[in-house]
Design a protein around this ligand. Sequence first.
Ligand SMILES: [Zn+2]
Length: 574
Amino acid sequence: MRVSKSFIPTLKEIPQEAEIPSHQLMLRAGLMRKVASGIYEYLPLAHRSLIKIMNIIRQEMEMVGAQEVLLPILTPAELWLKTGRWQKYGKELMRVQDRHSRDFALGPTHEEVITDLVQSELKSYKQLPLNLFQIATKFRDEVRPRFGVMRSREFIMKDGYSFDVDEIEAEKTYWKMVEAYKRIFKRCGLFCSPVEADSGLIGGNFSHEFMVMAETGEAAVAFCKSCDYSANLETAKSIPTVSLINEIRPACKVPTPNYKSVSEVSNFLKVSANQIIKTLIYVTEGDPIAVIIRGDHEVNETKLQNYLKVFELKLASHEEVEKITHMPMGFVGPVGLKDIRIIGDLVLKEGHGYIAGGAEPDVHWTYLEIGRDFPTPEWADIRNVVTGEACVGCSQPLNVGRGIEVGQTFKLGKRYSTPMHCVFLSKSGVEEEVTMGCYGIGVSRTLAAAIEQHYDEFGICWPIAIAPYQIHLLLLSPNDAEAVRLAEMIYDQCVEKKIEVLYDDRLEASVGFKFKDADLIGLPISVRIGSKSVKEGIVEIKIRRNPQVMKVPIAQFFENLIDLLQEEWKRCEP
Ligand SMILES: [Zn+2]
């Protein structure tokens, strides 16, 4: 492709609306433009990358026996009513009416549609297993679309659904899909790991999220570099450090004038935060509850919510705390706490000699023993894992980082086959419900995540497998006939050898401008040709992710280029 004839509108300035690198770079490098909030147009460069991601997905899905279909975007309300999701989905489900006032939804996911399809065709166990997928546009009416295509209202997704005779077969399919997903993301040049996750609105009983580790990720993930363990912070476990070696003494009250927070009390009493018990009051749709946790730890509200099995959970206000506990805010503690269910974080169990609020103004208890000075609470794991704690898999220190979810796999069981009566006749002639799994990949999000993982201060640094083109050929002296002749020759030969090349043949653009654009667009290898190279009989080659520029004799150019391309491809091997 000649840049002079291309549609690649790059921008010099960082667009104000864009908060994260991938969003900024996708706008600046001319990959996309915004139509409306959360709705984007993909321009030629992005489209080429998207097609490459889709083709990698297709190849890997076909390897595990999945077949591609294309389902409608407009889906009738009847199907959503059958599973109860017409109500449950809330405002995120884009609803529309046709001219006869019939309700439809623009599909955010297609469990209902595909289960209905399979249900109408499935008769015998002989038709199973069945594994179908599609790559299509999806809609989700986000309250606050942001971060470009990372959280947009319209997005491209691969969604797949598996149908098996029983739980054992479904489990085999599930793990095959997890392996295929690992290969897909590796082939896209991403460092991505599957983490155990909560299955949320899709339902079902088991789930993995595929996380691309990046600073701008929305989800917190605990992961181990020594073994395979990784988990969403909502499910992560660790072996906590218990360093409390306090002697057991009778509890006594000490004055703590106006010292309320953990840090204030620990500074004033000269003790570390892990000796302090924090007491938090939460309100739910049922009774309020109290939580006690070590001063250096944080409550993970999803863990707490899952343990309590409540829908609503929020920290009580100052007034509510004082009304519920009859203790002044800042001095609430487990001693004397009455008529309230108390949940204690498991880690507290091991320690002795705790400090906690004294239930009256300006006083704290010291040398508290759980079970002696106040009743033993219900123990549960309700805290966030923190960096440095020992891994449950191998005891090495864990890391807590941020990840971008690019895919998710679910074992659905009979969550959809039961309400939609998706059944088959088993070997023994008995009618049985099919066991399902579902598997999503955010295709447009994968593109953005790849940029989040591969960029520098100058622009994108594409992994070769999903780069819009492999080579950026820069003609630096468009007025030098010899340089033009050499660049044209290299361009023609690249095209002939099926090396994807973007050729900056512009007459009016300065050398500096061409360099800036090349860094911004970030193709893996750039080739520079100017008057100087023609005179010296060399071509300059630069790998985008390395700072050095190589000088290669013209005669050896293609040999070298092919070696370098192979090096880049090796980085995307599963
Ligand atoms: Zn480990």
